[in-house]
Design a protein around this ligand. Sequence first.
Ligand code: NDP
Length: 402
Amino acid sequence: MNTRETGKPIRESAAVEIGGSVRTLEYYSGAHTRLNGETIQVNENQISLTIKEPVGVAAHIIPWNFPLLLSFWKIAPALLAGCTVVIKPAELTSCGIFEVAKLCSEAGLPDGVLNVVPGAGSVAGQALTEHPGISKIAFTGSTEVGKNVMRTAAGNIKRVSLELGGKAPCVVFPDADVDGAVEASLRGGFFNQGENCTAVTRLMLHEKIYDQFLSTYLDRISRIKIGNPEDTETEFGTVISKEHYNSVMNYIEKGVSEGARVIAGGDRPAGFDKGYYIAPTVLEDVRPGSTVTREEIFGPVVCVMPFRTEQEAVTMANDVEYGLAGGIWTRDINRALRVAKAIKAGYLWVNTYGGIIPETPYGGFKQSGIGKELGSEGIDNYLETKCVNIFTGKSTGKWYRG
Ligand code: NDP
């Protein structure tokens, strides 16, 4: 069902949507034993306790690119914290989450704990964001809608966490394992047809390895097996919808009109006249500051950009309004850490790319979001900290003298 709804290859549905959801549940399954407050001996006459309490009803608004995995990133910590949940899936991918709710019910989850409210974002999503009975909104989606969610949620001061768009750089220095960087960048750029907020969209190659990298990269792209998403051999499927197909194709045209050169893909793959197939696409000679280097395309389109110095690479990496993820390839650990600190993004990989691990806090800087999901911070999203001050002395004394 996940493959039918999204167009992603079934091997990605199995490994990432199902496998990743199971990993998330496993990680959080024992975490209730760690929901501890603190005991603070303020002075000899006072002990203060902090108590963690569920924030209340949480609404989860989910996009279409990973409808199951992104739901579980939110459901698991919310239920663990003691919240009840209302999920609003994307209209394009509503079916899978109903199956999840059915399974949860069969497994004994009481009625009313996990609720699914399908419908258009502007109606069902907006209603949840406005609803006074909801205390917490966890939203994953575009930056534009995220801003609206934040504004609307101010109505009753809902707690808000936002996981928004990205425009990830991947910087390859001349001392890198180039073959390793090629493989990881391929996966990073074209996995899930590039419909991935952490996708490698700006591949920054040092001029010394530029030609070597590109020749292997383009050869490897030409071997990606495009096909029917339901075929287990397929490595690359279709984008989600006609509307999104048109949007991605318009970005490619815009890139070309702004001076970029298509060196792979750029159109439907040969032999695929039907369905929303877009071949893995690489743009070269992109002008810094042009639309394709700044805006989130959310499809299989990668811009390659040469650089000379570390400072130039960092400046280019930070030259976007997003700050979600990025990659750094170098064998020099000092450089890796220096660049990791300099890149303004929330989730970085060094000498690898991709794979968001449930143990680690994930979330964006700048206009890529607010707050973290996963890890122990992911639970904090659903908890309030109450402080109880207990006087243990004989008398609190008199403030007024009379
Ligand atoms: P949208 O922002 O269009 O939609 C996201 C969700 O919000 C959908 O369920 C949508 O419903 C709903 N929605 C739409 N309008 C409103 C509204 N006014 N009030 C409340 N909810 C609303 O994003 P897409 O679904 O197109 O997903 C792609 C985007 O998600 C990309 O920008 C991507 O970067 C981002 N994303 C971020 C991730 C991260 O972890 N940072 C991970 C994955 C994706 P409906 O679709 O039914 O109208």
